[in-house]
Structure formats: structure tokens, C-alpha cells
Design a protein around this ligand. Structure first.
Ligand code: NAP
Length: 284
């Protein structure tokens, strides 16, 4: 049976480190602030925002929530972002996605100041990641790298397969594994013979968004399996992109859902916010 990669435990450690750093900054008279914008009343977004706010409070980061109605216009949202870009007490700005259909996510991301883009979604920050010279890493892939590190798992020389090529997970994940000298294959919905790739993976990352999509017979024996998915099964219960119960009998290491990648995403967000503040204060 696989070793369970306990993202919750790793995230607690990261959050504790962030808390200590924020306390040390406060002692020197420096505050750290994150603005979280949520538009509309998507229940999943509300849960994510509440979790982020709670994590900020525990770390000593000041969090300001801007809850806007579904009817918010582009002009109103951009005006708020502009105000926050100039607000000295705010070091990170996060606009919870997805936005209501009438709002242009690309334009919204582009409006956030690069130095406050703690999600690392902007074209500039993505470019920095491509060339390996970055301040912020996108929260979910960076959190996954932190889990690998905590369990002494090194991508170097390994066959790494990422299933999914979204801008927020799959693509940056592939880039981070490549930077750590993994040999990386990115699969997607047009990949022919997906299992031929996944069965060859020493490290398999599933970021697909389809419940229990990766079956045990698609996994190489002893592989490291990272499940990014946050899906609902046929009974409405939270599950991942990997068929966990069967997969854990084949894999060497596996992340559970919940308690795997999810908590690390928030921990990285806190880390990025502290980095943003330290940049402003000239401490890095
Ligand atoms: P996304 O933007 O919908 O991307 C899904 C990717 O999966 C796409 O690249 C798509 O390929 C690929 N795909 C779809 N069907 C496939 C198939 N049959 N075979 C192979 N690839 C297929 O999703 P995302 O934002 O990356 O999120 C993925 C999952 O992670 C979701 O469950 C999401 O909720 C979860 N998530 C979790 C966290 C966390 O903190 N734990 C953070 C972010 C996301 P194409 O590009 O060809 O369409």
C-alpha cells in the first residue's frame, strides 16, 4: 500500500513558518496585507475565500474581503483593483475565479499589479516562471513541489507526466518539474492513448477535473501520484481525479482528497503574500 502524502501536515508546517515570519516582520513595524475579491455567490468560491481568510488570520496577515454582487461591471471591478494596486497596506491581491460570465478574467488578471499578483497568474509572472526567475510561484503547483520536497521525492531524471494543461495548474506544474530536471510529458483531452503515458510515469500529476478519472491500471507500480482534482462523486462527496482506493494499492506515494494538494495551495498563497510585502519593504 502507498505512503499517503499528507498535504495537511506539510501545509501546517509551512503556515507555521509563515506565521513566525509575519510575527518577526510585525516586531519590526511591518504589516502584511492581502485583499481578496469575490464576485457573485458561487458557493465553492465562497468556501475557498473563507478558508483563505481564516488562514490569513491564523498567520497574522491582515485580510480584507471585497464581496461584490453578481451584477458588478468590468468598470467597477477594474476601479476596485486600481484602488487596491495603490493601497500601501495591501501587498497581495487575489480575485477569486471563476468570475461571472460577463466579466473578462484575462483583463482582470492583467489589471492586478505584477508585484501584488500573489496567484502568479499574470502574463509577466508566468513569463518569469518560464525563464526560472521568479518571485511568486503559482500556488497549486508550488504547493505540490513543497509536498515532494517534504517527502524527499526528487523529480530529477524521473518520467513526469502531467494530465491537464490549464494555465493555473497543468502548464506551470510541467514547468516546475522541468526546472527540477524531470523529463516531462503533458497530456490533455486530445492525447491519444493516455494510459501509455501515465503507465510510464514515475511521477503522475492528475489535474483534469473529472472524478476518479485515473484508474489503478493506468498507474505504474510504485509511482508517485499527485491528485489535484477537487471533484464530486456520484453521491456528491468530495473526491479527486484519481480512483484513490484502488490506486493506493498500486502507487508508491499518493495524495488524498481532501487533505493532499488543497491545503498546500493556501499555504503557498500566504508565503507569496509575505514575499510581496518583503519586496515592498526592501527586505529581499
Ligand atoms: P481545467 O482548466 O478544466 O483543465 C482541465 C484539463 O484537463 C484540460 O487541460 C483538459 O484538456 C484536460 N482533460 C479534460 N478531459 C481530459 C481527458 N479525457 N483526458 C486527458 N485530459 C483531459 O481544470 P484546472 O483548473 O486545471 O483544474 C483541474 C482540477 O484541479 C479540477 O478538479 C479543479 O477543481 C482542481 N483544482 C484544485 C486545486 C487545489 O487547490 N487542490 C487548485 C486548482 C484546481 P484540454 O486542454 O485539451 O481541454
Amino acid at each position: 500500500m502507498a505512503t499517503i502524502l499528507d498535504g495537511k501536515a506539510v501545509s501546517q508546517k509551512v503556515k507555521e513558518e509563515v506565521r513566525e515570519e509575519v510575527t518577526a516582520l510585525k516586531a519590526k513595524g511591518y504589516s502584511v496585507g492581502l485583499a481578496v475579491i469575490i464576485v457573485g455567490d458561487n458557493p465553492a468560491s465562497r468556501t475557498y475565500v473563507n478558508n483563505k481568510k481564516k488562514a490569513c488570520e491564523m498567520a497574522g496577515i491582515v485580510s480584507e474581503e471585497y464581496a461584490l454582487p453578481e451584477s458588478t461591471t468590468m468598470e467597477e471591478l477594474l476601479a476596485l483593483i486600481d484602488e487596491l494596486n495603490h493601497k500601501e497596506s495591501i501587498h497581495g491581491i487575489l480575485c477569486q475565479l471563476p468570475l461571472p460570465k460577463h466579466l473578462d478574467e484575462k483583463e482582470v488578471i492583467a489589471a492586478i499589479s505584477v508585484s501584488k499578483d500573489v496567484d502568479a497568474f499574470s502574463a509577466q509572472n508566468v513569463g518569469h516562471i518560464m525563464i526560472g526567475d521568479y518571485a511568486f510561484l503559482p500556488c497549486t503547483p508550488a504547493g505540490i513541489m513543497e509536498i515532494l520536497k517534504a517527502y524527499d521525492i526528487h523529480p530529477e531524471g524521473k518520467n513526469c507526466v502531467v494530465v491537464g494543461r490549464s494555465n493555473i495548474v497543468g502548464k506551470p506544474m510541467a514547468m516546475l518539474l522541468l526546472q527540477q530536471n524531470g523529463t516531462v510529458t503533458v497530456c490533455h483531452s486530445k492525447t491519444v492513448g493516455l494510459e501509455n503515458y501515465t503507465r510510464n510515469a514515475d511521477i503522475l500529476v492528475a489535474a483534469v477535473g473529472i472524478p476518479k478519472f485515473i484508474k489503478a491500471d493506468m498507474i505504474k507500480k510504485g509511482a508517485v501520484v499527485i491528485d489535484v482534482g477537487m471533484d464530486r462523486d456520484e453521491n456528491g462527496k468530495l473526491c479527486g481525479d484519481v480512483d484513490f482506493e484502488a490506486a493506493k494499492e498500486v502507487a508508491g506515494y499518493i495524495t488524498p482528497v481532501p487533505g493532499g494538494v488543497g491545503p498546500m495551495t493556501i499555504a503557498t498563497l500566504l508565503k507569496n503574500t509575505v514575499t510581496a510585502a518583503k519586496q515592498v519593504y526592501g527586505l529581499i
